[in-house]
Design a protein around this ligand. Structure first.
Ligand code: TMP
Length: 207
């Protein structure tokens, strides 16, 4: 089972994942958490280039390609082998982030971006993708409260993030079977409970 969490800035994905992992492990599942960009030595090095505020001149196509380079490495080195062993892999972002940020956000050609993503992942699609959705301004405010996490990808104008959110919601409409939307403006505990319910529900259906 391959589960991905997606969402705009400040949606809280990263804070929820360790608790979900612990909960599923207590239930006896073998679970492996990953994050993108990163999760392997090569991918973490690419993450540093992508996030470095010094690289302000980076072109959107360069950015798109670097995300795919980081991604193909983690897919081959970590995700596929773990799935092949029957483990649950939970990823903090995956290719839908590229479609949302580089496709909708930077307004790159969506068909071309989708083709690149398919190449980078060798077609590996998540079984379940959860969108932690929230108002753009609320999310940016939350993110700004944690200045230490501020990076080059956070330095866009607010309309960029509006396009990202609208892009995610469009993707949910296009593939309603794969996506579940969770309102992350709820209290943290309520979001966590809903995430557990959604994931356990999916695990039961898949047996
Ligand atoms: P995060 O650690 O807050 O999730 O930050 C990762 C940043 O990278 C976030 O701004 C979204 C961005 N990103 C993309 O633009 N495209 C991608 O494919 C991925 C994985 C992340």
């Amino acid at each position: 089972m391959f589960i991905t969490l997606e969402g705009p800035e400040g949606s809280g994905k990263t804070s929820h994942i360790p608790h979900l992992v612990e909960y599923l492990r207590e239930k006896g599942y073998v679970v492996f958490p990953t994050r993108e960009p990163g999760g392997t030595s090569i991918s973490e090095q690419i993450r540093d280039i992508l996030h470095d505020l010094k690289n302000a001149e980076m072109h959107a196509r360069t950015e798109t390609l670097l995300y795919q380079a980081a991604r193909s490495q983690i897919v081959e080195q970590v995700i596929k082998p773990r799935l092949a062993k029957g483990e649950i892999v939970i990823s903090d972002r995956y290719y839908d982030s590229t479609i949302a940020y580089q496709g909708y956000g930077h307004q790159q050609n969506l068909e071309e971006v989708r083709a690149l993503v398919k190449y980078a992942t060798a077609g590996l699609t998540p079984d379940l993708t959860i969108l932690l959705d929230l108002d753009v301004e609320v999310g940016l405010k939350r993110k700004k409260q944690n200045e230490s996490e501020w990076n080059r990808m956070d330095d866009h104008e607010v309309n960029f993030y509006r396009r990202v959110r609208a892009g995610y919601l469009e993707m949910v409409k296009q593939e309603p079977k794969r996506w579940i939307v969770v309102n992350s403006e709820q209290k943290w505990d309520d979001v966590q409970e809903e995430l557990k319910r959604v994931i356990v529900g999916k695990l039961k259906v898949e047996g």
